[in-house]
Each structure stands twice: as C-alpha cells, then as structure tokens.
Write a protein that binds this ligand. Structure first.
Ligand code: 13P
Ligand code: ZN
Length: 270
C-alpha cells in the first residue's frame, strides 16, 4: 500500500519524530501495553494533492465543537495501539485525520482506517485552544511516567504548585527547561470530555505540563520532542526526590535564594 508519506519528506520528518518519541516512552517504562497517546497538528505540511484525497471512513464525532480546528489535519496514535509498535511503524499504529467543516466531526484520510486514541477529546480540545491563543505549539503528549504518577497518589503533592516547587528544587535544569512547572488535574475518568475540559482549564493557568491524578501527564510544546523533554525533565526530578527518600532522608532541595538566582541568570519567570 502506498503511504501518504511517500514523496512528502517534511511530513515524514514529523511522523519520524513521533516514532522516535514513542520508542523513548517504551524504553522508559512509561508506555505499558497501549498506555499513552500522541497527536500532532500537521496542517502546515498538507499540500493540494493531499487536500483532494478522499476519506477512508465515514465522518466520526469529536464529542464537541472546536471552531479553531477548521481545515486542520492531525496525525493521531490509534486507540489500543502500543507505543513500542508505533515506534517501528507509525502509519500502521496511527492515522492521519482531517477535521470536517463545522468542526464537530473528523474523518480518517490515510494510511489505514485506524481509530484515533480514546483521549482524542483532550488532544483536540487542547489543539483548538492553542490555535485560539495564536500559540506555535503543534504537539501534545499523554504518557504514564512512573515517578510523577506515584507523587500524584499523595494529597501533599496535589496542592497547587507544591510538586512544582519541590521538583524545581531537585536539580537546577528542571526550572530552566520546564519553567512553567506542573499543573494539577484532579482524578477524572480517562477519555472523558470532563477530563479534556479540566486539562484545558489547567493549561490555561499557564502550564505546559499537567499531572492527571493517579493516571499520567499531558504535555504540549512546539514539537513532540520538546513535549517529551519537558516530561522527562520533570520525571527526572521526581526520581531524584524518590531516590533520596529511598536512602532514608528528605532531600534539602535548592533554597529559594538559589532558585531566584537561577531565574535571574536564565531569564525565567519568578
Ligand atoms: P489509547 O490506547 O486509546 O490511546 O489510550 C491509552 C491511554 O493512556 C488512555 O488514557
Ligand atoms: Zn492514559
């Protein structure tokens, strides 16, 4: 079967990055079975021939109307598909979809009729929000990073910015490379529209990464590698915290003065 990626090197490069990140997620142990999902907005890589391609499925409902997605195209991981399989063959484990006029339905265009991730409501609601904001962010990632999910089982770390403050203080790079910290979304049913709305509200508090209580994280950035890096940096800080606890002590953490000095040196928000 001819792939939509044939003779489209720029689009292929984007999908290759998704496959690269899917491999990292599996290697990190964050992607058990079909755990996690990725969507990327590929609209800027769609040419006229692609626009004219017929759909390979009937229209499917998004679950809500998302007006800023008019004319948009996405690559989406398939529901039930494994990241470790996607890493090898992204077009056999995900699909290219386009949003239909009216922005309440989508259809699958290529390569195969693979139903998108069950978290599509969260992903598309977030892409709609990013476009409305004029944001350059084009990628969203949901994954199950072990240590961050473990933290979310304690009330203490679900207080607003308590986890952010602790994680930033574990190693200077955390604040430098995840300067907006970690937003908190209280437990909600996976795949639900309520989870999508709570994710959106929390990202709007000016976070790039939010923690879904007892489930995982949802991250956005310019591209999928950058979204992965933000989660990786935060989870590394959580690992350092837990390593210290495992050695039997509460880590001191960097002081407020050290964090302020870092913010001044790197031009970070206070
Ligand atoms: P999907 O296989 O539908 O993408 O679901 C995985 C997941 O992590 C749900 O939260
Ligand atoms: Zn999940």
């Amino acid at each position: 079967m001819e792939s939509i990626l044939t003779d489209r090197p720029l689009l292929r490069q984007q999908i290759d990055r998704v496959a690269e990140v899917a491999g990292y997620l599996w290697q990190k142990g964050w992607a058990e079975r079909n755990g996690g999902n990725i969507t990327i907005n590929i609209t800027e890589f769609v040419d006229d021939t692609m626009q004219a391609l017929p759909a390979i499925t009937e229209p499917c409902p998004i679950g809500k109307t998302l007006p800023h997605l008019e004319g948009c195209w996405f690559y989406c991981k398939g529901t039930g598909r494994r990241m470790r399989d996607l890493a090898r063959d992204p077009m056999a484990n995900g699909a290219v979809i386009r949003i239909l006029p009216g922005c309440t339905n989508y259809e699958i265009v290529a390569d195969a009729p693979i139903a998108p991730t069950s978290e599509l409501p969260s992903h598309l609601a977030v892409h709609d929000y990013l476009l409305a904001q004029g944001s350059p962010y084009r990628a969203s990632l949901h994954t199950h990073p072990i240590e961050l999910v473990a933290l979310s089982h304690s009330r203490k770390w679900l207080e607003k910015d308590a986890a952010t403050r602790m994680l930033w203080s574990m190693i200077p790079e955390t604040k430098a490379f995840c300067p907006r910290g970690l937003g908190i979304v209280p437990y909600l049913l996976p795949s639900s529209v309520e989870l999508a709305e709570a994710t959106l509200r929390t990202l709007d508090e000016d976070y790039d990464v939010v923690l879904w209580e007892k489930h995982g994280v949802f991250a956005v950035d310019t591209d999928i590698l950058n979204a992965f890096d933000q989660v990786d940096v935060l989870n590394k800080a959580a690992q350092i915290y837990l390593a210290a606890r495992g050695m039997g002590f509460e880590p001191d953490g960097m002081t407020d003065a050290q964090l302020r000095e870092l913010s001044d040196a790197f031009g970070l928000p206070k």
